[in-house]
Design a binder for this molecule. Structure first.
Ligand code: GCU
Length: 462
């Protein structure tokens, strides 16, 4: 006969920080195992949806559902929700009303319908420095730290999450430095060796170090897997005790952004870093995550959002390149809340209560740089759709006394629009963040300030 479970108060619970967990003698059950198609189908069933509209095909221009790249067909729903009108119809005319009344309405809509909610209480993360190494990057001596953020899994031991992060700062810094943090593709510490100076110019890390800033690379897969089957594991699965998601639970983008916030918590404790000057950067799916991190965590000082496309800075109401229907499909839906699937059928993009211009507006007053590649090469991400979202965020930036993009005209390729707090540039290459880095660094240089170099020694008295 089973003995009744006894409620054990864990120390964290006593501190009022964790959810109550009944712990009996039975070991907790392993996470529910669903394949990605099974979990996608389960999500559709919860929504009472039989069928989703088909996504656009970006590979075959002859396909019946070939992606559209014709601007004249790109705006079936040209009217965007107004970021400066409250749900009750009242117009927002002051910075205070934006901050106190409207911003929270927009956050709630993104939480419920688009990216999902982060649980009110998430487990504590204990950061451990696992290695410290001095090295040279080109001619700059640096200190490189490897860190692991151990997430407290005492509420559900079958899932463990260990966040991987590297931090690199100039060794000779005279004080805490600004840091640019990247959501890294590839394993611990990013993708292989840095591009050497010379061919194509210095890599982004060198450009950042040359300003006297540091950089960090976070490994998204160590926070949450990049697929649907992983949703009962990772930080999302840990918080759900291995159960599948509810319709408004967080998706991978918010989970990755949550991990970035925990890295920022660590930076607040590291004397080498000026945590008030930490920027976030990501490309493609991680460009989406970078924008989400910047919008939700107001401690991030600046963002470089590269080729983020659908589900990122691009307006959902656009028919160009990737569509809502693609993001709602089984290969990508795990980035979003389950509720997002509704807008790929039966509802339309126009039924979304918010659009991406309002996600950019949530970054205000902080500076945000939206980048993309050329339309032939990076057309899938819809540079103009992201530009229009940046334009649409302008009224909020202006209302609170900041500068918008400065134009509503789509600029010629390689024209930097970096005079305001919302910035944009389309580079001439393909799906890569590289060519926009120098422009981003120039933009960021207005905001991020390295500690002063040591005063040069006065000449010896004669
Ligand atoms: C696919 C996907 C995009 C995503 C990209 C990436 O192309 O459709 O939404 O940004 O992968 O992350 O590389």
């Amino acid at each position: 006969m089973k003995r009744p479970s006894i409620l054990v108060l864990t120390p964290v619970l006593l501190a009022g920080l964790a959810y109550p967990v009944a712990r009996g003698d039975d070991p907790p059950k392993p996470p529910v195992q669903l394949s990605t198609p099974e979990d996608h189908k389960r999500t559709m069933e919860l929504l009472n949806i039989k069928e989703l509209r088909r996504g656009a095909n970006g590979n075959n221009p002859k396909a019946e559902n070939a992606a559209n790249f014709d601007e004249s067909k790109a705006n079936p729903f040209p009217n965007l929700p107004d970021p400066l009108v409250l749900k009750n119809g009242q117009k927002i005319t002051t910075a205070e009303a934006w901050r106190n009344d409207r911003r929270a309405e927009i956050v709630e809509d993104f939480d419920r319908e688009i990216y999902g909610r982060v649980p009110k209480v998430t487990p504590l993360v204990k950061w451990e420095v696992t290695a410290t190494e001095k090295r040279m990057i080109d001619d700059i001596p640096v200190v490189n730290k490897r860190l692991v953020g151990h997430v407290d899994n005492s509420s559900y031991s079958p899932v463990s999450v260990d966040i991987q992060l590297t931090l690199t700062v100039p060794e000779k810094a005279t004080g805490p430095v600004p840091v640019m943090m990247e959501f890294g593709f590839g394993g611990f510490g990013g993708k292989g060796p840095m591009r050497p100076a010379g061919k194509g110019g210095p890599g982004w890390q060198q450009q950042v170090l040359a300003k006297g800033w540091g950089y960090a690379i976070l490994t998204p897969g160590s926070i949450q897997a990049d697929n649907g089957t992983g949703l009962t594991k990772g930080i999302i699965g840990l918080c759900n005790q291995g159960q599948p998601r509810k319709l408004d639970d967080w998706g991978a983008l918010r989970a990755w952004a949550w991990g970035a916030s925990r890295a920022l918590d660590y930076f607040e404790t590291d004397k080498a870093v000026d945590a008030r000057q930490v920027g976030i950067e990501g490309h493609s799916r991680y460009g989406k995550a970078a924008l989400v991190a910047m919008a939700y965590d107001e401690r991030f000082a600046i963002a470089y959002v590269s080729s983020s496309g659908a589900g990122g800075a691009k307006l959902h109401r656009r028919n160009f390149g990737e569509l809502v229907e693609n993001v709602a499909g089984s290969g990508e839906y795990h980035w979003m809340a389950g509720n997002y699937l509704k807008y790929a059928g039966p509802q339309t993009w126009n039924d979304l209560p918010v659009d991406s211009h309002e996600l950019i507006a949530l970054c205000a007053p902080r500076p945000v740089f939206i980048g993309a590649g050329a339309t032939n090469g990076d057309g899938w991400v819809d540079a103009r759709g992201m530009f229009l979202a940046a334009v649409g965020a302008g009224p909020v930036y202006r209302l609170i006394g900041k500068k918008d993009l400065g134009t509503t005209e789509f600029p010629a390729i390689e024209t930097p629009l970096i005079d305001g707090e919302v910035a944009f540039r389309q580079h001439n290459g393909g799906h890569t963040p590289g060519p926009n880095w120098p422009t981003f660094v120039k933009f960021a240089d207005r905001y991020l300030k390295a500690p002063l170099a040591p005063a040069t020694k006065p000449p010896a008295p004669r």
